[in-house]
Design a protein around this ligand. Structure first.
Ligand code: DAH
Length: 364
């Protein structure tokens, strides 16, 4: 196009036209620009028409072509920018009508206890009215507490580095493989004699406690195994404690946990720190004994190991097994949580997907 035929200020305006057009942020600005370029009066286009009218005949053709081309270019560009801005205005209007100022603002997400912690809290609540309090022990534990004090022989396979995480270069320090070392810690404390020659055990006349917590084993991760999991240990020391106390207490606790219809059964079993030792099953709470995937068709699910305190573990802590007796049990928390919540894969408890955690009912 032959710009040189046009007045210099219109040439300048034309050169900066694309930038000015793009800078129009709304339709009002665009209409002002449109007025200035192609408006009926006083616009660049109107001035060009007057120039054209006044031009000598021999220049009319070339000037006319230039003026027409310019006007067309401006018209097209203005039109397409107008369509864009109209589109944008509709989009904003739709957004504005979707926003309801009367709706309450979304609440910030609140923290909540993890389902495993809720279940452990519930277990503590079940035993608390029976006189049990909570004791704790460290997760980094000594071989003495984790094994020796529990009458576990030096050559027992559980002590091997294939099953147990040992701390490198820290002799005898390991990640506890069960919550039973809390028994040893408590027994050593309550068996120790004070300045008056009496022990805490003698002063109290007995003790009952639960010890919930994390434990570690070198297990491969699969739907029912994890190298870190949770147990709740229970223990009672007193005088004349027998299997009937153990069975009565646990049967009561299972009814509190699973409902009044809960049934339990005990099978003889072996653990070095109890004698006699037993495992306790509950009637499968999911199928009520009919047989399902969770109880593998047997109608029963193993829930815990238990037994009467072995005289050696009392003696290790300086407590006379001729006078004192007791029972202990250790329960798998994940396993119980899986049953109560009908969760088929324990890994869900550790992935902490909010969608899963939010669906966890029935645990408290
Ligand atoms: N500590 C055992 C384990 O982790 C479970 C256990 C069995 C605990 C018998 C006890 C008990 O207190 O008496 O497999």
């Amino acid at each position: 196009m032959e710009l040189s035929l046009l007045p210099p200020d219109i040439q300048d305006a034309h050169r900066s036209f694309p930038g000015t057009l793009a800078a129009c942020a709304d339709l009002d600005a665009l209409m002002r620009l449109k007025g200035a370029f192609v408006g009926r009066e006083g616009s660049h286009a109107a001035r060009l028409m007057e120039l054209l009218k006044a031009a000598p005949k021999d220049q009319k053709r070339d000037l006319g072509a230039a003026v027409n081309a310019l006007k067309n270019e401006w018209d097209q560009a203005l039109k397409s920018r107008q369509a864009e801005l109209e589109q944008e205005r509709l989009r904003l209007a739709a957004l504005a009508s979707a926003w309801d100022p009367d709706l309450p603002p979304p609440l910030p997400a609140q923290g909540a206890l993890h389902p495993l912690n809720r279940l452990m809290n519930r277990l503590v609540d079940v035993f608390r009215p029976l006189g049990f309090h909570v004791e704790e022990g460290p997760e980094a534990e000594t071989e003495a507490h984790n094994f020796d004090g529990l009458n576990i022989p030096p050559d027992h396979p559980a002590r091997g580095s294939a099953d147990t995480f040992y701390f490198k270069g820290q002799d005898g320090l390991l990640l506890r493989t069960h919550t039973s070392p809390v028994q040893v810690r408590v027994l050593l404390r309550i068996g120790a004699r004070g300045a008056d020659g009496r022990s805490e055990l003698e002063r109290r006349g007995g003790i009952k406690f639960l010890a919930p917590g994390r434990v570690y084993r070198k297990d491969e991760i699969d739907p029912t195994h994890s190298p870190m999991f949770h147990q709740v240990e229970g223990m009672i020391v007193g005088k004349g404690i027998g299997m009937h106390h153990l069975k009565g207490t646990l049967a009561y606790a299972m009814k509190a946990l699973f409902g009044p219809g809960a049934e339990v059964r005990f099978r003889p079993s072996y653990f070095p720190f109890v004698e006699p030792g037993a495992e306790m099953d509950v009637r499968c709470p999911l199928c009520e004994g009919a047989g399902c995937r969770v109880c593998k068709g047997s109608g029963w699910v193993e829930l815990l190991g238990a037994g009467l305190l072995h005289p050696n573990i009392l003696a290790y802590a300086g407590i006379d097994p001729e006078i004192w007796s007791g029972y202990a049990f250790g329960m798998g928390v994940e396993r119980t949580a899986m049953m109560v919540s009908e969760t088929p894969d324990l890994r869900l408890f550790f992935e902490n997907d909010q969608r899963f955690l939010r669906t966890m009912g029935g645990l408290d």
